[in-house]
Design a protein around this ligand. Structure first.
Ligand SMILES: Nc1ncnc2c1ncn2[C@@H]1O[C@H](COP(=O)(O)OP(=O)(O)OP(=O)(O)O)[C@@H](O)[C@H]1O
Length: 248
């Protein structure tokens, strides 16, 4: 599998003398769906913001398709290759759905805008049904869909999302996750930060658990979900019981 993101010995944080990431190693392959888990304050948001270019790197490397990007400004990383949906709501409440998308499309060459707008309307049919609706009047789930659509307008190869489920009802989370699954099935690589361990392992094929600024566990979701150590630490001790030999 081709590497999309390759992070080696990454140290970083908001201030030079206060590292939050303390030697992160992580490789994400083409088409993977990886969930980033871990306790509060572990550095999950900081890691994805660092990949997106919003938090400085102190030491180490971040490669995107083999190219070192850790010193590139955010707008050069985000264009075309990497889309980032931050935790803070990334829409303009007073504007319509269409206007929100049109504004996001400004980053593209004029000739590409109409085609990408049409592609987003196809990917997000709920938004396409009412393009004139004010974004602020949408449900939390729909607003999150719009934030994802805005990020995806650049036709990215990698989509990184910082807790898109925050503040959503379980039904809305299921809707957003369904959409993410469909996006991943088109070949787009996804790195998702998620608080809810079970939900995260339920949607992603691989889980990476960050603890105190380092990767503590990195394994297929099915293995993490059934690992008694992980269960004790992060799932309240509720791993599926190991299969016993001879059990019916
Ligand atoms: N803008 C900021 N300036 C300075 N420190 C920050 C900033 N944002 C976060 N931090 C600190 O960085 C550390 C890691 O925070 P981060 O938000 O990355 O963790 P997290 O794993 O995403 O946690 P949570 O699940 O609670 O969102 C925390 O100690 C936090 O206080």
């Amino acid at each position: 599998m081709k590497d999309v993101v390759r992070i080696r010995g990454l140290h970083g944080g908001y201030q030079p003398d206060l590292p939050i990431l303390k030697g992160v190693d992580l490789v994400v392959g083409q088409g993977e769906f990886v969930v980033l888990l871990g306790p509060n304050g572990a550095g999950k948001s900081t890691l994805v913001k660092t990949i997106a270019g919003l938090v400085p790197v102190h030491e180490g490397a971040i490669k995107l398709y083999g190219e070192e990007i850790s010193r590139l400004p955010a707008h050069l990383r985000l264009r075309h290759r990497l889309a980032f949906v931050p935790q803070t709501e990334n829409i303009f409440a007073q504007m319509s759905i269409r206007e929100n998308l049109q504004l996001a499309a400004q980053i593209l060459p004029k000739a590409e805008r109409a085609e990408r707008m049409a592609a987003m309307m196809e990917t997000f049919p709920d938004l396409a049904r009412r393009p004139a609706t004010r974004a602020g009047s949408l449900s939390g789930g729909q607003r999150q869909m719009l934030a994802v659509a805005r990020a995806m307008i650049v036709d990215p190869q990698v989509l990184i999302l910082d807790e898109p489920s925050a503040g959503l009802s379980p039904l809305m989370v299921a809707d957003v996750f369904d959409r993410l699954r469909a996006i991943n099935q088109t070949g787009i690589t996804i790195l998702l930060v998620e608080q809810n361990v079970r939900a995260g392992l339920g949607i992603a094929s691989r889980g990476v658990i960050l603890v105190e600024g380092r990767v503590a566990h990195d394994a297929p979701s099915a293995i993490l979900a059934n690992d008694p150590v992980v269960a004790d630490l992060y799932l309240g001790g509720h791993a599926a019981a190991p299969a016993r030999e001879g059990a019916l």
